[in-house]
Structure formats: structure tokens, C-alpha cells
Design a protein around this ligand. Structure first.
Ligand code: ZN
Length: 492
């Protein structure tokens, strides 16, 4: 079937829109300190969020997309949501997602750079929130505008931009309920808030890990005692905590021991890990600021990717009962409390895993010590449904057209609770989760940047995927419909 979408022309047009219109808008956007509500309790009074939403809204209006319905929806007491709906040639729906709230400024920006100071240097726009995730609304609308400009048919597209993501998207479920009739049942979800392994191809996020854990507390005394008198008589809470942790993690390898915290890695994901490892080389291990001669946990990149995306992983992220070193006396301390942070594999049952943690940590305490594990609410991980052949083909072709290389698939070690939410709500949908957060782009940290060429190419990829999705959902371009009817006429 003829594809009436001209990807070369799309590149030129989208590059122009980025250069003339999107970059200036994002420069203004960086200046707005619209931190997510978790970091700015007075966000309403400050008005920054409203300003950021107004900026995006005015930009969309200035593009004058025929038929586009645009509104800011705001439930009382909640952060606003920007909703843009473009009717399509069918009622099949594509949901495009992004967010406009930002992480806090952070210290350590290099000279001349700053969170609210937009600077363009070497093809990168520096400043907080352009890459995470301000560009998403502009890229989405620019992709839709290009489909209109080329008069290519597409499904109904709904661009949903929230302003609470960096606070855990706690306002989003209420909007999903409120907007359920508008959202319908999307057959494709496009999320532009993820990472990329490099800036040389389209990266598709295949899975996210879950996150949970809790506080392990061990007490052996009601008050501290002279360590000269007590050691050898009273068991150390630190040693007991070590023994308890040994029940859930092998201290030599870092492997989490509880079967409830593991999940099988699907074969397709295994293959994708091998392919991503071949592309990334030693990039996974070298991406961290290792101290001294510290090595990564494995020499093999595929093993590191497997560890990070499909295995559970534990870290102690905080402690109580331990004074700072400068005020540590010679005392046998009464209590050690540790904050246990656990990453769960994408498909692990986090509730069952958390219950197993509690059971194993509290069972049969050494010396009869007082031991408790207070679990935290766990966020589920997510594994994309098996990619439909049309989608993998479309992503590869889009990546080849835009970047000159096929797409690559990779899991993320982090968590986006919203994706698990959407995955449960729309089990039949296909997902394209992608983003511009590549090497050194440093979202959440200092010197965050948006790699402009990558954002442009990604915009083209989104347009191309929407075209193929439209065709897959039975919409034909006028050209191909004409052609077929000609063919039909010729044949008996
Ligand atoms: Zn984000």
C-alpha cells in the first residue's frame, strides 16, 4: 500500500518548526520555576505552574491546527491538566502523554548555566525541565501538525499533559476518571518522558521496575550500655540487622534471595538486552562516577542491563540509631533501624514480595531480639505488552528514516507509576515509551540539557508511527484508496 507520508519533507518541516518556534518557546519555558507541588507547597500562590501551562497553551493556539480542541482542565484543589484533542479519520484513539512540572533546581550547575537560565550550547538547550519533560507537548503537537500539513489520515489523537508527575502523579487518577469518556480506549499510548541509551537512534522503553521496601528496626536494650561491659553479653543490633539482611540478600554477590522478589525474564526481553548491550558497549558501566578503583558488579554489559532492569535490587537508603561519627561514644547502642529500598522486577507481584520481606525479616529473631519491618506502599513495575509486528516495523523504519539506524529496545531500572496504571486500564493498548534523557542529560541533577537534534528526530519518529498506526487501524490515505479502486476497476 502506498504511504503518502513523505518522511524527508517531514524532517525539513519539523526541523524548521523546532528552530523557529519550539526552541524559542522552550527557552521561555526554562525561565519559569514551576516546580512540582512536592517541591513547592505554595505552587498555587506562586502561579508558576499556571504560567507554564499558559505558555504551552498559547504556543499550541499559535500553530492553528484545524479542528484541534484545546482546554486546560482543573479539578478544584488539584494541579491542572492540558488536553488537546485532534479528531481523526476514525474513532480509534492514540493517547500522547507528557508533563510540564519540574524537579527542584539542585546545586552544582556549571559556570554560566543554571536551572532557570536557558543557554543553548553545542546544539543543547540547558536548563531545568526542557528535556524532562517540557519538550513533550511541543513535540507531540508538531508531529500532529505535520500530519495535517501533509494531509495524511490518522486516528483521533489526545495529547494529555499533566503537571504533577515529579510528585508521583497523585492527581492523575482523578483526571483519568474525570476524562474517561474523552479518553475512551486508546489502542496506542505514546509516552515522551523516558530515557534513551544514546543520541544515535530511537530508544523504546520496554519495561520499568517496581519500587517498595520499608523500615527494619532491631532493638536489644531499652537503653544504651557501656560497650566494655555489654559486648560479649548483649547482642549488637547492628550484627543482628546484618544477619537479617543476609536472609534477603547474598552479601557476596548482591543477589536478592527471596524467590517472591524475582520474575522470569521473557525471551523477547532477553534478546533485546543482548542487542542493547551490543549497541551500548561499556557505556552502562562507565556512566557512573566510580570512586577510586571501584568496578561495576559485572564486566558483561548484558548482565548489567539484566541486573538493572529485570532483577530485584536492594539498597539501604537511610538509618536511625546510629549517631554521626564525630559523636559516637563507646556504647552498645540499643537500636538499629535501616530504611530498606527494594526495586522489584517489572512483572513481580509487589504486594506478595513485600509480604515475603516482612515475613522473612521478622521470623525467629536472633537472641529473641525485638525486630519489626514496617513496609511502605509499593509501586508496581510494568512490562510492555508484546509489541505488535506492525509497531516494531514502524519504529524501526521511523528510526532508520530519522537517525539512519534501527530502533533499540531497553528496560528502565526506575519506576513510572502512571505506566502501570495505564497498562492495567488499557490491557489491549500498544505502548511507545521513549524520551530524550540520554547520556549526561542529567534530568533531576545539575546541567540538565535537551539534545535538540534528538528531539527533532524523535518528533519525526512520532509522526511516522502515527501514520502507520492510522493505516493499521483501517484508515487509508485518499491516494491509496484511489489506487485500489483503480485496480479493482481493472480487474474482472
Ligand atoms: Zn519526567
Amino acid at each position: 500500500m502506498v504511504n503518502s507520508f513523505d518522511s524527508n519533507a517531514a524532517h525539513g518541516a519539523i526541523a524548521d518548526v523546532w528552530c523557529e518556534s519550539i526552541v524559542p518557546a522552550l527557552v521561555e519555558y526554562v525561565r519559569i520555576p514551576n516546580q512540582s507541588p512536592a517541591f513547592d507547597g505554595d505552587w498555587r500562590a506562586h502561579g508558576h505552574m499556571d504560567r507554564a501551562v499558559a505558555l504551552a497553551r498559547q504556543w499550541i493556539e499559535s500553530r492553528r491546527l484545524p479542528g484541534l480542541r484545546l482546554e486546560v482542565v482543573q479539578i478544584d484543589g488539584r494541579t491542572p491538566v492540558l488536553l488537546a484533542e485532534l479528531p481523526g479519520a476514525s474513532n480509534d484513539t492514540v493517547l500522547l502523554y507528557g508533563h510540564l512540572d519540574k524537579q527542584p533546581p539542585m546545586h552544582g550547575w556549571s559556570d554560566g548555566l543554571g536551572p532557570w537560565t536557558p543557554v543553548i550550547r553545542d546544539g543543547r538547550l540547558y536548563g531545568r525541565g526542557a528535556a524532562d519533560d517540557g519538550y513533550a507537548v511541543f513535540a507531540s503537537i508538531a508531529a500532529l501538525a505535520e500530519l495535517q500539513r501533509q494531509a495524511v489520515p490518522h486516528a483521533r489523537c489526545l495529547v494529555l499533559i499533566e503537571t504533577c508527575e515529579e510528585s508521583g502523579s497523585y492527581d492523575l487518577p482523578a483526571y483519568l476518571d474525570l476524562l474517561a469518556p474523552r479518553i475512551g480506549t486508546p489502542s496506542l499510548v505514546i509516552c515522551l518522558d523516558s530515557g534513551c541509551g544514546d543520541y544515535e537512534r530511537l530508544w523504546v522503553t520496554t519495561s520499568l521496575r517496581g519500587l517498595g521496601g520499608g523500615t527494619l528496626s532491631v532493638s536489644t536494650l531499652d537503653e544504651g550500655a557501656h560497650s566494655g561491659a555489654a559486648t560479649g553479653v548483649v547482642p549488637s543490633t547492628f550484627r543482628i540487622a546484618r544477619r537479617l539482611l543476609d536472609r534477603i540478600e547474598d552479601a557476596d554477590s548482591g543477589r536478592v534471595l527471596l524467590p517472591e522478589l524475582h520474575a522470569d525474564i521473557p525471551e523477547q526481553r532477553q534478546r533485546q538486552i543482548e542487542a542493547a548491550a551490543a549497541v551500548l558497549g561499556d557505556g552502562v558501566a562507565t556512566g557512573f562516577a566510580f570512586a577510586g578503583d571501584t568496578r561495576a558488579m559485572a564486566a558483561d554489559t548484558a548482565e548489567l542491563l539484566r541486573n538493572r532492569t529485570w532483577l530485584p535490587g536492594m539498597e539501604i537508603t537511610g538509618a536511625d540509631g546510629l549517631p554521626a561519627i564525630t559523636s559516637a561514644g563507646n556504647v552498645l547502642r540499643p537500636t538499629t533501624a535501616l530504611k530498606v529500598s527494594m526495586r522489584f522486577p517489572p512483572t513481580a507481584d509487589t504486594r506478595r514480595g513485600t509480604a515475603a520481606l516482612k515475613h522473612v525479616l521478622e521470623a525467629d529473631p536472633p537472641y529473641g531480639a525485638r525486630v519489626s519491618f514496617t513496609a511502605e506502599h509499593a509501586a508496581d513495575g510494568w512490562n510492555a505488552p508484546p509489541e505488535a509486528p506492525w509497531l516494531t516495523e514502524a519504529l524501526d523504519r521511523a528510526s532508520l528514516d530519522s537517525f539512519g539506524k534501527p530502533a533499540c529496545y531497553i528496560g528502565e531500572g526506575g519506576t513510572i507509576p502512571f505506566m502501570a496504571m495505564l497498562g492495567r486500564k488499557f490491557p489491549a493498548a500498544q505502548f511507545v515509551i521513549t524520551g530524550v534523557l540520554g547520556p549526561k542529560s542529567n534530568a533531576h541533577g545539575p546541567n540538565e540539557f535537551l539534545e535538540l537534534a534528538t528531539a527533532e528526530r524523535l518528533t519525526c519518529c512520532i509522526a511516522a508511527v502515527l501514520v502507520t498506526h492510522g493505516r493499521e487501524s483501517g484508515i487509508e490515505s485518499r491516494e491509496s484508496a484511489d489506487e485500489r479502486s483503480t485496480t479493482v476497476n481493472r480487474e474482472p
